[in-house]
Design a protein around this ligand. Structure first.
Ligand SMILES: NC(=O)c1ccc[n+]([C@@H]2O[C@H](COP(=O)([O-])OP(=O)(O)OC[C@H]3O[C@@H](n4cnc5c(N)ncnc54)[C@H](O)[C@@H]3O)[C@@H](O)[C@H]2O)c1
Length: 357
């Protein structure tokens, strides 16, 4: 079968990762790159791949079957709408949009055009994430009671030299926690409500450096979150997965999911159960079983999956509507921390359902 011809829009930090993945992918062919940068400033671009200075030129001249959109957040929806109207399938980097209403616009346009819209929540493609979802889904923990997630890293001071990282939208909630909100939804289930609290006590910037939240899942489970970019710790999903040499492997778990018959640590998978889980209690010893996991490159897997979805062989693992719900829960944490009131997500979920029907 003819390989899917894929263009990349935005050749920055993550765009270059997609370029390298597509250039080496057995499943797709990199047919062009669009960036406002001159070609010789796009590191790692294979010589035979044409470069364009706008996404419209890429669409018109390279005529891709599909694109990866890896530009700044505010461009995701307008560029995605142009791609949908050109009949081009897409992976849009996270967050799918800045607002739930904008995410709904893109979901609606993709649906109308009949194109695939996936979102770059690439951690769903780690084998550990899929095995954890299977363990929970198969009931190995019994009924899920709750989950707790800690993400604590000390970002270097130079990271904050860029002014936008010190102002609204530049903090760890929208940059980092959105991945973990997505993972909690993937592992535990839909989030129905959020109560959040944010602090900027350590760094003193306009934006938060730390936030906490209580989550209500639709299945009745409760969850807690602590996220901070101002504390040194081995507990981030990046360090637990060893996904990138930029974040050295710690082998430690930031997630704990507990159920009536057992508990799961993630991402270094360990299941804790009593010898007789049906009759277990706190009076009996509980032991861990490590789960052997062979990880894979989630970006290659994301592209393989994208091609399979376009060809109708697989159902989307991270659709536009799914990512819109992740965005809604993440924005709700911010809104709740500002107002002091809990946020019920039912109205957002109805709007997303209407956009995707
Ligand atoms: N999945 C992940 O783990 C992950 C990691 C990092 C970033 N991201 C997301 O990817 C997106 C890009 O982030 P980044 O860190 O790579 O940013 P970046 O600033 O490094 O790269 C953005 C690129 O877009 C280009 N660009 C800007 N305007 C453009 C236009 N009109 N047309 C074409 N190109 C244009 C810029 O020149 C730049 O090369 C963001 O939405 C971010 O949230 C996701």
């Amino acid at each position: 079968m003819k390989r899917l011809r894929v263009g990349v829009i935005g050749a920055g930090l993550i765009g270059r990762r997609h370029i390298a993945t597509l250039a080496a992918s057995p499943d797709a062919e990199l047919c062009g790159v669009a960036d406002t940068l001159p070609r010789d400033e796009i590191a790692g671009l294979p010589p035979a791949v044409p470069a364009f200075t706008s996404h419209r030129a890429l669409l018109d001249e390279a005529k891709p079957d599909a694109v990866v959109i890896a530009t700044p957040n505010r461009l995701h929806v307008p560029m995605g709408v142009d791609c949908a109207r050109a009949g081009v399938h897409m992976i849009v980097e996270k967050p799918v949009a800045d607002t739930v209403a904008d995410a709904c616009v893109l979901v609606r346009e993709a649906k109308k055009a009949g194109v695939v819209l996936l979102v770059g929540h690439h951690r769903r493609h780690h084998t550990q994430a899929q095995e954890a979802r299977r363990i929970v889904g198969d009931g190995e923990l019994g009924r899920v009671v709750g989950a707790t997630m800690l993400w604590a890293a000390r970002k270097p001071d130079a990271y904050f030299d860029a002014a936008w990282r010190r102002t609204a939208g530049g903090g760890p909630v929208l940059i980092n926690l959105i991945h973990d909100v997505d993972m909690l939804r993937f592992l535990v289930g839909e989030i129905a409500g959020v109560q959040g609290r944010a602090s900027r006590a350590i760094r003193g910037f306009e934006v938060e450096d730390t936030a906490a939240a209580v989550l209500s899942f639709a299945n009745g489970a409760l969850g807690t979150i602590l996220v901070t970019d101002a504390a040194a710790s081995p507990w981030t999903i990046e360090q637990g997965l060893g996904e990138s040499p930029l974040f050295p492997y710690s082998g430690e778990n930031g997630y704990r999911i507990v159920g009536t018959a057992g508990a799961l640590e993630f991402p270094v998978l360990r299941v804790w159960r009593h010898r007789d889980p049906a009759n277990g209690s706190w009076n009996q010893a509980i032991g861990p079983t490590p789960v052997k996991g062979f990880d894979r490159d989630p970006y290659f897997e994301q592209i393989r999956h994208f091609v399979a979805v376009v060809e109708g062989r697989e159902a989307p693992l991270a659709s536009g509507a799914d990512a819109a719900r992740t965005l809604a829960a993440t924005l709700a944490l911010k809104a709740s921390s500002e107002s002091g009131a809990p946020v019920d997500l039912a109205r957002d979920h109805d709007a997303i359902a209407a956009a995707s029907s």
